[in-house]
Ligand binder design. Structure first.
Ligand SMILES: Nc1ncnc2c1ncn2[C@@H]1O[C@H](COP(=O)(O)OP(=O)(O)OP(=O)(O)O)[C@@H](O)[C@H]1O
Ligand SMILES: [Mg+2]
Length: 632
């Protein structure tokens, strides 16, 4: 075997902006070479006139590989003479030893100056398999009403092929392809006038975007589904200030958007454009260092840990091991989290308003004497012990519907993006609940106690009795309220809710027997006064129920007359209709998905529609010919 020995002189590293990497080598005859591999578009730009011998053949191969969904690399080399290399090496070493922010820039410039005049050798292709479960996951996300954009560093053919593989594209979609790969731009490029070339490029992109808009507008209202495929260079122009709005509007009207050959910076810019232009919440998911920019730019960044290193994971808010876990992360945990947090916050408003307002009413009632209704310790411990754990349990464990149902009914996810549970209307309803409960608890309790004998000897109750009773009612009311608002009960919910209430009585007893210097108005109030008197227990029951009555009645009405998705599903599950009455379940299932335009469910529907229209056409044709026969 014939061995050749090469000495490695320099390594010009890969990054996603350069989209290429090179090595400088010396062979046994002291001849210096530069070998370069990288994205085809980048390599072809850098070929010398003499080095284009295999250009056409390689392009054909590359297109073939791309269509097969393979990832391609173009390979090229160049010979360097000793003197030219020595000059360049000085420049490179200087760049390499620079310290400061412009080191990268200088290195890129140095590399750029030598990676020119290349001679094309050929191309390679490797299969980069989709992870398992990606098409299914994309389908679910589409059914949940999410819009999916693909931003990739791959070449257009590969990206389109992958688009087909994961059902983002399908045959009956109309593709709008925006790129600079057209005769006008190529002709302008040959003229060697940079300014004129830029102008032609810009005009070409503007024209393609306008044409896209027209096409989409013509078909508006019909079933036509569009996909936008834009390439990195074109995107550079489309993201300029005067064009980005047009690009965004077009992209929004397309069911799928695929941006290929984009640099990391462009990925971030596109994310920002959607985030700021539409004011929507964006989520970026990626696995490589080239995705870090967009992961940080998006509202929610998700990193996939895998073969491409840990950079994406380090920069992300959530890390997952496979793309398909995104489905569960969003549709199950995203949904639960949104509900938990929004209900938790609303409940906090409610309970503090209810408690605080009773203090305020008492001030007015006692002619602003400054006398507080409750013992100091009662007030301090309200949010700490007696009402805190149930709401924490709700915030951590609540599930309005189970995980399986979330996945089976992806539309339920839309409650989040539509903000149905943290809208002003809902917050106001909870505030109103707090205000009404405070009015009920205060005025009912005061009226019950005011004109009646409380003690055997005929005296009315003192304000310490009134305060302790009212406080007891509030503890019952707010804890029962959370029991009403919770849909998922485990022993944890029971322990926290009923435990909080029990804790109050235990506290009252222990605190009540402590020296009156410390317990002040609470001294023996429960053991001696409240516990033996039936009116205390009766008040707790009646007023406690009355506080929760408005919420309860409204909830019943809502469930009955304006049920939301999760209400219906809860009822079906509770009444076991899913097993006993499959028809009802199937009917509900139909409603359970957004009308998606991408994903294989959409593809399946489109195919059925096509077959149906074909059959219909055939039947009408037959009928026509039959009719004309009869006429003859
Ligand atoms: N090590 C490498 N050496 C030379 N060229 C490379 C190398 N890695 C990638 N390339 C080329 O640079 C292009 C851009 O790579 P980049 O990492 O930005 O995106 P990607 O990995 O292709 O796609 P994605 O954004 O989907 O991860 C690739 O399509 C490939 O042609
Ligand atoms: Mg990558």
């Amino acid at each position: 075997m014939d061995f050749r020995e090469y000495k490695l002189l320099n390594l010009l590293e890969f990054n996603s902006t350069r989209k290429r990497m090179s090595v400088v080598m010396k062979d046994e005859n002291e001849q210096i070479f530069l070998f370069c591999k990288g994205a085809d578009s980048v390599i072809f730009e850098r070929l010398s006139k003499a080095g284009r011998e295999y250009e056409e053949a390689t392009k054909v191969h590359l297109a073939k590989y791309g269509d097969a969904g393979l990832r391609t690399l173009a390979l090229a080399y160049r010979k360097l003479d000793e003197a030219a290399y020595a000059d360049w090496n000085d420049l490179f070493i200087k760049a390499k030893t620079t310290i400061g922010p412009d080191r990268e820039l200088k290195l890129d410039e140095a590399a750029d100056s030598i990676e020119r005049e290349l001679i094309l050798v050929g191309a390679t292709a490797v299969e980069d398999k989709l992870q398992s479960g990606v098409p299914e996951c994309i389908d679910k996300l589409a059914l949940a009403g999410l819009k999916i954009w693909v931003l990739t560093g791959d070449k257009m053919e590969t990206a389109i092929n992958i688009g087909f593989a994961c059902s983002l594209l399908r045959q009956d979609m109309k593709q709008i392809i925006v790129s600079l790969d057209n005769p006008e731009v190529t002709a302008a490029g040959d003229l060697n006038n940079k300014e004129a070339f830029l102008k032609v490029c810009k005009e070409s992109i503007l024209e393609q975007l306008t044409r896209g808009h027209q096409e989409v507008s013509v078909d508006a209202g019909s079933d036509a589904v569009y996909a936008l495929v834009i390439d990195g260079k074109a995107l550079g122009y489309a993201l300029e200030d005067d064009m980005k709005e047009k690009f965004l509007q077009l992209a929004i009207r397309c069911a799928s958007v695929i941006c290929c050959r984009v640099s990391p910076k462009q990925k971030a810019l596109v994310t920002r454009l959607v985030k700021e232009g539409k004011g929507r919440t964006t989520l970026a998911v990626g696995d490589g260092a080239n995705d870090v920019g967009m992961i940080q730019e998006a509202d929610i960044g998700v990193g996939i840990s895998g073969v491409e290193g840990m950079q994406a994971v380090m920069a992300s808010d959530f890390a997952i091991a496979q793309f398909r876990f995104l489905e569960r992360l969003l549709i199950v945990h995203g949904h639960w989290c949104y509900k938990r947090i929004s209900t938790m916050v609303c409940y906090f408003f409610y309970k503090n308003i209810m408690f605080g307002l009773t203090l305020f009413y008492f001030q007015a009632y006692s002619n602003f004497t400054g006398q507080t209704l409750y013992n100091d310790w009662f007030m301090s411990l309200f949010n700490v012990f007696f009402t805190s754990l149930p709401v924490l349990a709700l915030g951590v464990f609540e599930q309005d519907v189970s995980a399986d149902i979330c996945l089976e009914f992806p539309t339920i996810y839309q409650q989040g993006p539509k903000n149905m549970f943290f809208s002003w209307a809902r917050i106001e309803r909870w505030i109103a609940n707090g205000v009404s409960s405070s009015i009920i608890v205060f005025f009912l309790t005061v009226n019950i106690f005011q004109h009646h004998a409380f003690r055997e000897s005929g005296e009315t109750a003192g304000f310490e009795v009134l305060g302790a009773t009212m406080y007891t009612v509030i503890i019952w009311a707010v804890n029962c309220q959370i029991a009403l608002a919770t849909s998922y009960f485990t022993w944890i919910q029971h322990v926290t809710i009923w435990g909080s209430i029990s804790l109050w009585y235990i506290f009252l007893m222990i605190y009540g027997v402590i020296n009156p210097v410390i317990s002040s108005t609470a001294y023996m109030v429960f053991i001696e006064t409240l516990a033996p008197s039936p009116i205390f227990w009766l008040t707790t029951l009646v007023v406690g129920l009355a506080c929760n009555l408005p919420y309860f009645v409204l909830s019943v009405f809502q469930r009955q007359f304006w049920p939301m998705d999760h209400h219906i599903i809860q009822e079906i599950k509770y009444l076991k209709r899913d097993t006993e009455d499959p028809e009802m379940w199937a009917k509900e299932m139909k409603k359970a998905v957004e009308k998606a335009k991408i994903g294989f469910t959409a593809r399946f529907e489109a195919t059925i529609k096509q077959v149906r229209s074909k059959v219909h056409r055939r039947q009408t044709n037959k009928k026509h010919s039959h009719d004309s026969h009869e006429l003859q």
